[in-house]
Write a protein that binds this ligand. Structure first.
Ligand code: CTP
Length: 319
């Protein structure tokens, strides 16, 4: 039986802070990649020892009531009260209950997607996951349009919607939310106290305008459980990125997992510059000590899984 080698070496992984993207060339070539069903099932089983995506994807209505006090995961000394709005938006049953998909796409936000022509391919997958409300309409040729689940870190409200300072920005966010049209909106509401008001603003907007989204708020244990799984596999991440969280959750309900837009390097495989995000001018921050993430290290782990056929990474053109 094939052994799962996630870290790719027997020694503890170290943070790769280099820009030498050439080292990250994806092998085997896309055309030769074969899905390894046995390995995927084994990974699903291992991850299930740490978390269950069906449960951990969201806190349910039955488990909280308005006024309950929650300690933020990263700011243990700070608390929040479960508001009436948050309570209303908690799902009654898991949005992933009994869900199984043949293929899933997880779309990261790297600029490597620009000119990839991957939109059509992404849209053919049975379930498409996107991160941080990234825009799709203007980039459809490269990133596709289909969205079954989209994440929204509260910081996105500041970064992409100017903290809703005026009616124009509120309208922009509202339009983006309306465009989700029934998909799952996944909001990590209990992570850090900085997100408190932003989560409340979004909840209020959804309720006030009867926005057709299925809200989900990850469980309090999810982050530590995901980190625990990867640490056990010698991937020494500080705090898992949204992309890695999504892959870890997707192993539960997706048979085959395809990753696009995962490329935390400023140069592509041909040494051409790559934007950090395909849609804005945010600069690379992951190499600073202050960054909570260790993206290149995560990438190395994902690349190893790609080479073993447990997932497929696309980092170039789709044709
Ligand atoms: N990503 C990547 N390479 C990039 C940018 C993003 O691999 N150059 C992946 C990461 O897994 C990231 C996901 O795409 O979590 C979504 O990107 P982004 O919205 O930028 O996430 P961040 O806000 O940077 O990180 P997080 O939400 O996890 O804090």
């Amino acid at each position: 039986r094939a052994e799962v080698v996630i870290n790719g070496s027997s020694s503890p992984a170290v943070v790769d802070r280099s820009n030498e993207s050439i080292k990250h060339n994806i092998q085997p070539a896309s055309s030769k990649w074969r899905h390894n069903q046995t390995l995927s099932l084994r990974i699903r089983k291992q991850i299930l020892k740490f978390l269950d995506a069906e449960k951990d994807i969201s806190v349910l209505k039955g488990t909280l009531k308005p006024g309950d006090i929650i300690h933020y995961i990263f700011d243990r000394d700070s608390t929040m009260n479960v508001s009436q709005n948050l309570y209303e938006l908690l799902p009654r049953t898991s949005p992933l209950k009994n869900k199984h998909f043949r293929t899933c796409a997880i779309v990261g936000n790297s600029g490597v997607l620009l000119n990839s022509g991957c939109g059509q391919e992404i849209d053919t997958h049975s379930f498409v996951i996107r991160c941080n409300l990234a825009p799709v309409q203007e980039y459809a040729r490269d990133v596709g349009l289909k969205t079954d689940l989209v994440t929204m870190n509260p910081s996105v409200i500041q970064r992409a919607f100017e903290d809703l300072v005026n009616a124009t920005w509120r309208e922009k966010l509202l339009q983006r939310l309306h465009s989700l049209n029934g998909s799952i909106l996944w909001i990590p509401a209990f992570m850090a106290r900085g997100g408190k008001e932003r989560v409340e603003w979004v909840n209020e907007l959804i309720l006030k305008h009867h926005v057709n989204v299925r809200t989900a708020y990850p469980s309090l244990r999810l982050l530590h459980a995901v980190r625990g799984y990867w640490l056990t596999n010698k991937v020494h991440i500080k705090r898992p990125t949204t992309g890695l969280l999504m892959y870890t959750l997707a192993t539960r309900f997706c048979n085959q997992i395809y990753l696009y837009g995962f490329w935390p390097f400023p140069l592509d495989q041909n040494q051409n510059p790559v934007k950090y995000h395909y849609y804005d001018s945010l600069k690379y921050g992951y190499t600073s000590q202050a960054s909570p993430h260790t993206m290149p290290l995560e990438f190395k782990a994902l690349k190893n899984l790609h080479e073993q056929g447990a997932l497929k990474l696309t980092v170039g053109r789709c044709d």
